[in-house]
Design a protein around this ligand. Structure first.
Ligand code: DAH
Length: 360
């Protein structure tokens, strides 16, 4: 190689190789072949030292120019290849956000949440709305207004968690039931009232069927002419819808609650088929809830006239309903956060409970 002619031929050859490089690895190979330590252009430049001064004067600038142009062409081609690789990756890895979610979603709906959703669906279909109240209650709402007289032994039956006494000596409590929301509602809403109250409640207790925090749902109807027959109808319809059965056998046993008169506990009939309980019919009885006609004192305590308004109420354990319906044997597992339990007993977050296609 001796003249600018050959340099032009070399440039044409290398430029063609650069243009033809299909990916960055191929382009790097061309760069090494041309400009690497032992590259063809590098070797020519090393040869400059052996040339005559005249020769060097033409060949020096020619080779430097070649080197600059090749570097520029390499950089340009590299950028083009990177751009093409990026476009290809974007096209290949594009996420189609219109696709339906994968079935193996990680999270699941806790059975307690599921049952609360089901209760809301069933009772809203009957014209009830959902009401809520605070977990930390005062004595008035949790006990006094509900017709628990001060010092009455019924206060002890609830294993109450008391907060530290305040300066005035009063003590807030962790609500022992959802019934205080009856009071809050009657004191703020003009009848007719039809509410259910799902929520957390607290009692100092711990065994297979008791945890210090659990869930209740309260029901309250206040109107001018509500009576026990309505109570019975509402609860029987609820059992039929919740356990998805047409056979509903219930019985009401007289009971005592300070806030209802008369008071009852409702049992549902069931039969046992091996390990599973069939709720609805059968010769055995299972206690499901407490209920009754709202005590006139309670109505009066809320500023309503018991000669005008009356109503009925009930309260039941949500966790217990979940155990019965979905067959989980130990209540403590509900709150252990074991992902295997949650995967087994949990529900798909994508399936909303509804009465048209089924609750669960
Ligand atoms: N508050 C009661 C409890 O926890 C349950 C209850 C019984 C609620 C009868 C009611 C009712 O509204 O009428 O144990």
């Amino acid at each position: 190689m001796s003249g600018t002619e050959d340099i032009r031929a070399l440039e044409a050859e290398l430029s063609a190789a650069i243009a033809a490089a299909a990916d960055e690895a191929a382009l790097e190979a061309v760069r090494v072949e041309a400009l690497g330590k032992k590259g063809r252009v590098s070797l020519l430049m090393r040869g400059l030292g052996a040339m005559s001064p005249e020769e060097r004067q033409t060949m020096g600038p020619a080779l430097n120019g070649l080197k600059d142009r090749l570097n520029a062409a390499l950089a340009e081609r590299k950028q083009a290849l990177e751009q093409a690789a990026l476009s290809a990756a974007l096209a290949a890895e594009r996420a189609d956000v219109t696709l339906p979610p994968r079935p193996e979603a990680m999270g699941s709906i806790h059975p307690v949440t599921q049952v609360m959703e089901e209760l809301a669906v069933i009772f809203s279909d009957m014209g009830f709305t959902v009401a809520e109240g605070p977990d930390i209650e005062d004595d008035f709402h949790n006990f006094t207004a509900l017709n628990f007289p001060p010092g009455h032994p019924a206060r002890d039956t609830q294993d109450t968690f008391f907060m530290q006494p305040r300066a005035d000596g009063s003590q807030m409590v962790l609500r022992t039931h959802t019934s205080p929301v009856q009071i809050r509602t009657m004191m703020s809403v003009k009848p007719p009232i039809r509410i259910i109250v799902p929520g957390r409640v607290y009692r100092c207790d711990w065994d297979q069927t008791h945890t210090p925090m659990f869930h209740q749902v309260e029901g309250l109807v206040i109107d001018r002419a509500a009576h026990m027959g309505h109570l019975k109808g509402v609860l029987m319809d609820f059992i039929a819808a919740f356990f998805e059965t047409d056979e509903v056998r219930v019985r009401f046993r007289p009971h005592y609650f300070p806030f209802t008169e008369p008071s009852a506990e409702m049992d549902v009939g069931y039969s046992r088929d091996g390990e599973t309980l069939k709720i609805g019919a059968g010769d055995s009885w299972l206690e499901i809830l407490g209920c009754g006609m709202v005590h006139p004192n309670v109505i009066r305590n809320c500023g309503l006239d018991p000669d005008v308004y009356q109503g009925f109420a009930w309260g039941m354990g949500v966790d217990r309903l979940a155990m019965l319906k979905y067959g989980a044997p130990d209540l403590r597992d509900f709150f252990a956060n074991d992902v295997r339990w949650l995967a087994h007993y949990g529900f798909s977050p994508l399936l909303q409970a509804n009465l048209a296609t089924g609750l669960s």
